[in-house]
Design a protein around this ligand. Structure first.
Ligand code: HEC
Length: 110
């Protein structure tokens, strides 16, 4: 193989490698939301009982504080930010899973 082709191939492989982890963790967040029944009240684009995940993503800036705040809301339940309907608490979801779901949600509107 010629040197130039080789270089191209290496660059391509590096890009693929860099993109895959982000993709996997995003997919994992979505799967966890499905598994935990979030879609009973939320959808990605449309308002159901709760705000759409895209709306939530558009409302907040991505930061560690936002992430913590939303993880707490999901875990303990919350109300008053979007309307009168409260969100039920989800005390059994682990911190790791909460984090993955919040990251997935916050990145939907970027
Ligand atoms: C019983 C219905 C219901 C279920 C199930 C539910 N939600 Fe919610 N969710 C709501 C409602 C209603 C709100 C708006 C609460 C408010 O006004 O503060 C909300 C708000 C949110 C918010 C934004 C909180 C804020 O303060 O802006 C996030 C993030 C969220 N939900 C994620 C989830 C995730 C992840 C799950 C699954 C583990 C989930 N929700 C399951 C009804 C639900």
């Amino acid at each position: 193989m010629k040197m130039k082709k080789m270089k191209k191939l290496i660059i391509l492989l590096t890009i693929t490698f860099l993109c895959v982890p982000g993709f996997i963790s995003a997919e994992e967040g979505k799967k966890l939301a499905q598994k935990n029944g979030c879609f009973a009240c939320h959808s990605i684009k449309l308002r159901v009982l709760g705000p759409s995940f895209k709306e939530i993503s558009a409302k907040y800036r991505i930061s560690e504080a936002t992430k913590r705040n939303l993880m707490g809301k999901i875990k303990n339940g919350g109300s008053g930010n979007w309307g009168d309907i409260p969100m039920i608490s989800h005390p059994k979801i682990t911190e790791k899973d909460l984090g993955l779901m919040v990251e997935w949600i916050l990145n939907l509107d970027r």
